[in-house]
Design a protein around this ligand. Structure first.
Ligand SMILES: [Fe+2]
Ligand SMILES: [Fe+2]
Length: 342
């Protein structure tokens, strides 16, 4: 785990599970050394139970956010203003489904099944990002989501490419590349509207007005109210605090808003020479906790739609399982196993 010397040539560790005495001291020491050395923890490595549980919770929440996040934008696919815009939006929404798949697969390496995770999402025992509980009222919302929501996601996720858990870090590399495309398409869409007719400009401004504050909330509660932050940073799952990332995002967005010809809805937003950052106004944390508790404008609609999509997809899962079983049977019959064919 900690050094090359403890790994065999296949990349698995020389340590398996603790011996019969249950003494994990040596494993814990090797784990701590691996984290300190910025080495990656891999699925077959020993890891503390709390580290595993934290990763399952975080990766599952991330995966759920990707697939629930398809809904607000899919709402506009049939009403996209041109074939080009429709093709771009369909590709983007499909990318989000793909992100969900990478992440559910990453979570499965920790010993949980996708069924189990989906069940927890559907029964409200696991969460998804609260941002997707806001409605997409106009076409400009597709632009604001791309620019601000995908933009905030990238700010959050780029450091996760260096997360201590290997499968999560590797999934994030690919996801971040795609998120970067999403952010640009949103920016380009808003730019077109901002430079369009006065009505289009007003529509773009209205969307930014509605999405700005919820986007800042995407970084989570302030550092002093964030339950899991300190431990996650010690484990190098997280590399920066919520407030640090939020500040970084504000600093990135201010000049972009200027280039867009749009304003950010915060009268307190101004450059602070001394800090070398923008100051910004207070966030309405009551709204944040309220939406998190289930009282946002679309919480119920999102989860109902998700459950329905899952139920309606049952026949696909059954057909895929039957197909896999049939091929597995054929392979056994001809003496081929999955491993032999690989
Ligand atoms: Fe995504
Ligand atoms: Fe995205």
């Amino acid at each position: 785990m900690a050094t090359a010397a403890t790994r065999d040539t296949a990349g698995t560790t020389a340590y398996g599970t603790p011996d019969a005495t249950g003494d994990t001291t040596a494993y814990q020491r090797a784990f701590d050394a691996a984290v300190a050395a910025d080495d990656r923890i891999e699925p077959r490595d020993w890891m503390p139970d709390a580290y595993r549980a934290t990763l399952v919770r975080q990766i599952a929440q991330h995966a759920h956010s990707e697939i629930i996040g398809m809904q607000p934008e899919a709402n506009w696919i049939t009403r996209a203003p041109s074939l080009r815009r429709k093709a771009i939006l369909m590709a983007k929404v499909q990318d989000e489904a793909g992100h969900g798949l990478y992440l559910y697969s990453a979570a499965e390496t920790l010993g949980v099944s996708r069924d189990e995770l989906l069940d927890k999402l559907h029964s409200g025992r696991q969460k998804y990002s609260s941002i997707f509980n806001y409605p997409t009222l106009t076409w400009a919302d597709v632009g604001a989501i791309g620019w601000l929501v995908d933009g905030a996601a990238i700010t959050n996720q780029v450091p996760l490419c260096r997360c201590s858990y290997g499968p999560y870090a590797r999934a994030m590399v690919r996801i971040c590349k795609e998120e970067s495309f999403h952010q640009r398409q949103g920016y380009e869409l808003l730019l077109a509207l901002s430079r369009g007719t006065p009505e289009q400009h007003a529509m773009a401004q209205d969307a930014v007005d509605r999405w700005w504050w919820p986007s800042l909330m995407m970084f989570g509660p302030p550092d002093d109210a964030s339950q899991h932050s300190a431990q996650s940073m010690a484990w190098k799952i997280k590399r920066h605090s919520n407030d640090e990332l939020r500040q970084r995002f504000v600093d990135i967005c201010v000049p972009q808003a200027e280039s867009l010809g749009l304003t950010l809805p915060d009268p307190d937003l101004k450059w602070n020479e001394e800090r070398g950052h923008h100051d910004f106004g207070p966030i309405d944390w009551t709204e944040f906790w309220d939406v998190l508790k289930g009282n946002g404008p679309c919480n119920e609609q999102r989860i109902t739609q998700r459950r329905r999509a899952h139920d309606e997809g049952a026949w696909v899962r059954e057909a895929a399982a039957a197909h896999a079983a049939k091929h597995h049977g054929e392979a056994r019959h001809t003496g081929q196993t999955g491993a032999a064919r690989a």
